[in-house]
Design a protein around this ligand. Structure first.
Ligand code: GLA
Length: 386
């Protein structure tokens, strides 16, 4: 067993004076392309990363749920009989929200016993890498097993989303949980958010001598408040005015009509979604036909669209993207919901130090907080660890 495993098991022991039944993990994710398309029934193309949340868990013989974590001393306790979106809050809303959401998806919570859980994670919080989905998915696979629920991973995706929407209060889609649950080593998940069909597409970064560099700007964001919900509302308004059920039903051929039907701002929001869906399809095709070195232009175009049309970038993300490209990245874009968080830069292996140095210097010159930079690899989705 690795040191980390031992640390987590001893964290569990310290908090609960007992042994865990097992360890389960859920990875964070980066979205290669396809931003804000998930709740518009569109396409996304994320992958699970080699940073993850781990849950050590043991079932109890009563109805109590107790959750603890390495990031706070607090142990949150609640009975299964009192569990609801109104009775949990703070960080514990992620694991406890999942327990509640399993019940909403048909698990008979009157027939199960409670649990003690201890959570650790190396997914940075607030960096746009889905630290919350990582905890949700680790908890979901753990409870699916110890409560003998037998839910498919696709159901667990919806469970995580429901926890996020109703318990945490963020009106997010299925991107993050899909990546965290369905991810595979060296591959990305091409997901149709309307049909829920997904396909695993090999990335081939290694063979092409490429790395994916994450640049965490340290500008923190929260999707339970502010811009994220506004953008979602604009998309719904745009779809209604265009007479379609969701923006997925529109293509670039509809843009001329959209200019006459929509106000200028709503038009730009809609144009981002329409063109971003097309860019996801193009990225998957180009990756298959020409390999990963050829997708840089699509990543760049995605960033421009998010900056100018969807207006979810911030100055730090723009600087990270521009500097990375100028220093040799083949393509770069912000990833995730926006308003802060991380950029990703597809970079030839040999140029990683030069890109990191250039970005660090540019941030210092602009007077911004120093960013955190690290390479991520596409990793396996949530599962039992030991
Ligand atoms: C956040 C949400 C996702 C998705 C992205 C934007 O990560 O949790 O559901 O909407 O933003 O693509």
């Amino acid at each position: 067993m690795s040191d980390t495993t031992q640390t987590i098991l001893s964290g569990f022991r310290d908090r609960f004076a007992a042994e865990a039944d097992g360890l389960w993990f859920g990875p964070g994710r980066v979205n290669l392309i396809g931003e804000h398309t998930d709740y518009n029934d569109g396409f996304v193309f994320p992958f699970a990363i080699n940073r993850r949340a781990v849950v050590a868990l043991a079932v109890r013989d009563d109805r109590m749920l107790r959750v603890a974590s390495s990031f706070t001393d607090e142990v949150v306790e609640i009975s299964l009989d009192e569990l609801s979106p109104e009775t949990v809050s703070g960080w514990s809303a992620y694991p406890l929200g999942v327990a509640w959401a399993l019940g909403e998806h048909g698990a008979d919570l009157s027939a199960v016993t409670g649990f003690d859980a201890y959570i650790d994670s190396d997914v940075p919080i607030g960096a746009g890498l889905s630290s919350s989905a990582a905890i949700e998915c680790a908890t979901a696979v753990a409870l699916n097993e110890v409560w003998n629920l037998g839910f498919e991973k696709q159901v667990l995706v919806r469970v995580g989303q429901l926890a996020e929407n109703r318990v945490v209060g963020a009106p997010t889609g299925i991107l993050d949980q899909s990546a965290s649950l369905l991810g595979q080593t060296d591959a990305a998940v091409f997901l149709d958010c309307r049909s829920f069909e997904s396909e695993i597409i090999p990335l081939g970064f290694d063979d092409a001598g490429l790395e994916l560099l994450v640049i965490d700007t340290k500008v923190s964001h929260a999707h339970a408040t502010g811009g994220y919900a506004d953008r979602r509302a604009s998309c719904e308004k745009g779809a209604a005015l265009m007479g379609v059920g969701s923006l997925r039903d529109l293509t670039v051929d509809d843009l001329p009509r959209a200019t006459s039907v929509l106000d200028e701002e709503t038009f730009r929001r809609v144009r981002h979604i329409i063109t971003e869906n097309q860019r996801v399809l193009d990225t998957v095709r180009v990756l298959r036909e020409d390999g990963p070195s050829a997708i840089g232009g699509l990543l760049d175009a995605s960033h421009t669209s998010m900056r100018d049309d969807f207006e979810i970038s911030v100055a730090e993300l723009d600087l990270a993207v521009e500097t990375a490209r100028a220093a040799g990245a083949l393509g770069a874009r912000m990833t995730g919901g926006g308003f802060g968080g991380s950029a990703i830069a597809l970079t030839p292996h040999a140029l990683i130090p030069a890109v990191q140095e250039a970005v660090a210097e540019a941030f210092a010159a602009a007077g911004y907080t120093a960013p955190d930079m690290f390479v991520v690899r596409a990793a396996a989705g949530a599962a039992r660890l030991s």
